[in-house]
Design a protein around this ligand. Structure first.
Ligand code: ADP
Ligand code: MG
Length: 328
């Protein structure tokens, strides 16, 4: 059975009224949404575009595609220290398959609800071939906060990363038949790829603590390089400090190291903070129940230098995912 555009919006993309964020005056259903932004607040906005066969596989579970479409945007808000308020969903579909739409909207709205981030509008169109999904997310910052920007890193800052690296890239490599999985780790690694966590609470708690932050979407080295360039500094990373999940240990060290340095789809936060904040960051890690690892230090030598446990240093290539330059 296929549904018309308006039935489809009504059935799948209307938030239940009790879940609507308090700042939303008009949500889905009129020509545009209206929000009352509280006084002394800054608005923070971001957008990501996901294309079938590029960002997700056609047969990925629709629930996970819905989750990820929003999670990647919440991750951008988190990297600024913002609190999510609302989102808009543009979606192009070759057909209106109610099973697919139901699962997609369950995944999307479950995550939206967990952050009080109301779906306030969007557009739904027919796409001749592939599915296309674009989400805009809106968040707020207190007016006295300028947000955690990329250009704030200072010489001598510690470089931190939340959670763990490598899993999403290893999972993708197995799915693409580029990596053998003789010990059956895929099911353990796959949630990192399909259900990334947006580190929203961490971002909020880093306001006033971190000097600079970025979310890792295209790979640690590439995204860290953006932060370093914006701040006019360099980095020295300790390779043996990179947080790697246990399930990655059965793959060759060099493969896991490459996945940790260059693998995309991570959605953890990389941030810098002065050494004086180490204890505060340790307490934050405990209170959030989230691993926060110091992986290096900000230097005045441009680029990303990696140091091995034996002290040898190498200047890393800056590469990662780039849509217009091709592969990882
Ligand atoms: P218009 O023709 O004025 O653009 P539409 O008929 O496309 O309006 O949309 C009707 C309402 O449904 C609007 O409030 C719009 O924001 C909302 N809407 C459309 N598609 C979606 C979607 N995928 N998710 C959430 N809201 C949507
Ligand atoms: Mg429209």
């Amino acid at each position: 059975m296929s549904l018309g555009e308006f039935d489809l919006i009504e059935q799948f993309f209307k938030h239940s009224p009790q879940k609507v964020n308090q700042w939303v005056d008009v949500g889905v259903g009129d020509d545009a949404a209206i929000l009352s932004i509280p006084p002394h607040t800054r608005l923070v906005a971001c957008k990501d575009l996901l294309i079938e066969d590029r960002h997700f596989f056609p047969d990925d579970p629709a629930h996970s595609i819905g989750h990820k479409a929003l999670a990647v945007n919440l991750s951008d808000l988190a990297a600024m220290g913002a609190t999510p308020v609302a989102c808009l969903l543009g979606i192009g579909l070759p057909e209106s398959d109610p099973d697919w739409l139901g699962a997609f909207s369950d995944g999307f709205l479950a995550l939206a609800d967990s952050y009080g981030c109301s779906l306030i509008g969007g557009d739904t169109v027919l796409s001749p071939q592939a599915r296309v999904i674009s989400v805009t997310a809106l968040g707020t910052l207190p007016l006295m906060q300028t947000g955690i920007r990329r250009d704030g890193a200072k010489l001598g800052d510690d470089i931190w990363v939340s959670g763990q690296l490598a899993s999403a890239h290893l999972a993708l490599s197995i799915l693409m038949d580029e990596l053998a999985d003789p010990t059956g780790q895929l099911s353990t690694l796959l949630p990192a790829l399909r259900y990334p966590n947006a580190r929203v609470e961490l971002g909020q708690r880093l306001l006033g603590l971190a000097h600079a932050a970025i979310d890792i979407s295209d790979g640690l080295v590439q995204d860290l390089s953006h932060l370093l360039k914006a701040s006019g500094v360099g980095a020295l990373l300790q390779l043996n400090h990179l947080p790697i999940p246990v399930s990655a240990r059965c793959f060759a060290d060099s493969i896991v190291e490459q996945a940790a340095l260059y693998g995309g789809d991570v959605y953890e936060l990389c941030f810098t903070a002065p050494g004086a904040q180490r204890d505060a960051i340790g307490l934050l890690s405990q209170s959030l129940g989230l691993e926060l690892t110091c992986i290096g230090v900000i230097t005045d030598r441009p680029g990303v230098v990696a140091q091995r446990a034996n002290g040898t240093q190498i200047l890393l290539d800056v590469r990662g995912f780039d849509h217009f330059k091709g592969s990882r």
